[in-house]
Unconditional design. Sequence first.
Length: 318
Amino acid sequence: MSKVFYSLVALTVSALLMTGTASSSELVIYTAHGETTTSPVLEMFKKVHPEINVTLVRGGTGEVVERLRAEAGNPSADLLWGGPTQIYDENAALFQPYESKTDSAMVTADPRHIWHPFTLLLQPIIVSTKRVPSTEMLSSQADMVTGKWRKQGTLIIPDPARSGTGYTLISALAGQFGWPFISNLVKGARIAAGSDDAFNAVRDGEASAGWINEDLGAKWKASGLPVSIVYPTDAVTGQIDAQAVVQGAPHPDQAKLFIDFLGQKDTHEKVRDLTIRRSARSDVAPPAALPDLSTLNIISPQDPKQVVVARFQAALPK
């Protein structure tokens, strides 16, 4: 994915150079979100702000953050959209504060106004029904390290160094169950370069199980794909994903307009209905297709990414 990411960035920068100076109606967004999340939002934004030309550059959370670090002082991007709030906290110097009028409506807020919540995203377990019979279905995170389950096939884990979902999973699970649990978890597991690779491997029957963002899991299950979605009885990992204005953004006013648009109640309601994502606003009901949060034990990332990546790599079999 990194080659594609850097190619897209190069094309974006080249296009701006060919036209001289980018106009005031430009907005360049780096995002870790997939097309199923971004497309409906950008279509809605275009209707409200047809004067703004949006350039979207996709990459894994780790990739886009590394790109922002490389560009610090002379950024191409105006906004980072996607990734857990912890990533923004750890890289606060890459972003500039902005107090959006919608911040107060969220279930949580950054007191520094660096990041702005978008959705609450859980990661249930996804199981390939091609490879795992219903009689052998797991029910908890603890089941993932049992000998009985290992006989069902390959577990796949997104690399926390490159994937925001991978970071959330490993940091939250380590915080709840300890690093010895992670060491057992990775034995014989396949490490995917990104979350999409991990999701698709289970969908296609290349791996027996993994974790999936619940919006995508709900869509796949509803469409009849050969997967089962399991909300573990002991703990479900989750994150609040966010967005922020890049420090030194070429078009900060357009970035702030986008953040305000993303935070509006009607935007959140449409995102919920179109993407099956839980809103981070306190006044927007969750999608009917998803389980009630009160029935789940939700765990969130604990250690910072640098620590998680180092300990995860140390835990991998040599």
